[in-house]
Design a protein. Structure first.
Lengths: 350, 350
């Protein structure tokens, strides 16, 4: 618990003065005031989160955390459980959606086994941080122990610390875990008090009957485990999962290390919600990549207090939305740093 | 008029069979069906517009057309008229917003003088296609002659033909012209029959009194010139401008040459609307970069029948929204071409 308490203590609000300075600099570039809209917001927020008037976001890393879920035995997902390790290998050989999009935007993908129910042995390129071989079925008891929860959070925090040491300018979150929209919906319902039906959707594409079953399973799990909505770590432990905990840790660690962090879709946002409930200033460091197709996502973004950047009707995860949002954020930083001023260009002001 | 008639005759509907084939190929990539949302739409539409199952959009060009507007003497803009040539020089020296964003996404910017009221003489890097030194004040008479209108359209068509010869895979539109939201609003009002107030906004940032004046000027111009809503070229000639005509020509030319074309914001969309009114299949070739802050923009996009890709609250023009949308379209094409299939990756299907 020490590393988590230490990390929380390192999180501070961003500087309002840096936000103002960055906007003043933007206002002197050759364009009507504010005419690059959200790109200007991205630029000034990266300045403020990094604490650097001239931030460098050239080095971009996306972490794709993989974990399995005991609750898949309740038939909540369209895909079989073995797809989690299969996709991990696909990530490592560069053939998945996240690989294509990360290459396109010049970001590294780092694949982390934090809880896959498969023995990867010495597979090269994988970051081996397995805490357990998947969570327990939360419809029948707690998904994780408190110790497992803290261990998975610590994985994320330590990776963020390492990014700071490496000079990474922008971090993205991603995940792979068959069944993981189920604990994500459970987290939102537990924290918000909304009904499960209001925040539960079709994941990878389940039909009507399976959706009814998924809602029933989550309701049963919440009734049985009684997570305490005032204690985000209790909610996380009760429903899982390991990759969601690692994302929560990564977001906390990025905030503690002054690194802007781009959260991907529904599952990543559940992790970020836990982080944001643990410390009110975490939100200052978060960029929300996109509006997911999953219902319940908008609610989480509103609760965290961030506005999604893209709306491309994604529902894949892995970090795919984060990759594309990261290139837009980088574009905003370049506007700040590379555009000519009115004086430099000899352009009259309005 | 011959080149325009010839161009219209070359425009055909895209192949429904190619759209289906591209979606089948996407459906076999390692992701849940349809889970990359609009990226999949971009990929299949690029296949269909290019007529190529393996399209290459690596070579991307943005045309920024510059022109002046006689109607600026009515005080419709916040910025003085000399900003048009000043910004052209800024584009050529690489310091404007469009330069920064085009570099970011790997697109070339080609700056075209189609109607600036300034003698650029032999300025290097500029594409010299001046049809006139600005339009006439449409509050007092027609903005352009029919001959000027056709000449400016032809500039755009010929540039598209040249792109085909060069193997350009994706074209973006952009513009610079102090005062050019005024004719754009006039075009929408004339074609749609909506009131001028419904489709007229603040441009670069004019205040309330100036907005009331801008609306009055457009109403006066439409009442005086009586453009025929059934004749898009008459509307274009009556209100202008030269850069809007060139954009209309570029869009027509791209459609005729099977090149997907990404239209930027409010002014570019006015040009695309003219093109789309001239031929019903033009819309198949158009990607709408973003939702502009200018009111009236959504209406035009609906009338053309295209859905905006981004909503970043831009109101700059130049092609800035197009640049960012182009990289998302390219990402979609890469998803189609670079992702592993289920079989290749050894991943079980749902």
């Amino acid at each position: 618990m020490d590393i988590i308490m230490d990390t929380l203590e390192r999180i501070t609000p961003v500087s309002q003065e840096l936000l103002r300075q960055a906007q003043t600099r933007l206002d002197n570039r050759t364009k009507p005031l504010g005419s690059l809209g959200r790109l200007e917001e991205f630029a000034r927020r990266v300045v403020a989160t990094s604490g650097n008037p001239d931030p460098d976001v050239g080095k971009k890393v996306i972490f794709t955390f993989a974990g399995d879920h005991g609750v898949t035995e309740e038939g909540v997902s369209l895909f079989p459980r073995e797809v989690t390790p299969q996709m991990v290998l696909n990530f490592l050989s560069g053939g998945a959606g996240i690989n294509v999009l990360a290459r396109h935007v010049g970001a590294d993908v780092r694949v982390v086994d934090v809880g896959v129910d498969y023995d990867f042995a010495e597979v090269a390129g994988l970051i081996h941080k397995k805490v357990a071989r998947g969570t327990k079925n939360f419809a029948k008891g707690p998904a994780m122990t408190r110790a497992e929860t803290l261990a998975a959070l610590t994985v994320g925090i330590e990776l963020a610390d390492q990014c700071r040491a490496e000079g990474v300018g922008l971090v993205g979150t991603g995940e792979m875990g068959i069944g993981n929209t189920t604990p994500s919906s459970a987290i939102i319902a537990a924290i918000s008090g909304k009904t499960v039906a209001e925040v539960t959707h079709r994941g990878t594409g389940i039909g009507d009957a399976a959706l009814i079953n998924k809602i029933r399973v989550i309701e049963q799990g919440l009734a049985l485990n009684k997570p305490d909505p005032q204690d985000p770590l209790d909610v996380l432990a009760k429903v899982g999962g390991l990759e969601i905990a690692a994302i929560a840790g990564l977001v906390l660690g990025c905030a503690a290390n002054s690194i802007p962090v781009v959260i991907d879709g529904f599952i990543s946002t559940a992790g970020a919600l836990i982080a944001s409930e643990l410390h009110p200033n975490v939100r200052d460091y978060i960029f929300a990549a996109h509006e997911s197709v999953e219902i319940g996502h908008s609610f989480m973004l509103e609760r965290i207090g961030v506005e999604p950047i893209l709306d491309l009707r994604f529902r894949l995860g892995e970090g795919t939305g984060a990759a594309l949002a990261m290139t837009l954020i980088e574009a905003g930083v370049k506007i700040l740093k590379e555009m000519a001023t009115f004086e430099q260009a000899g352009v009259s002001q309005g």
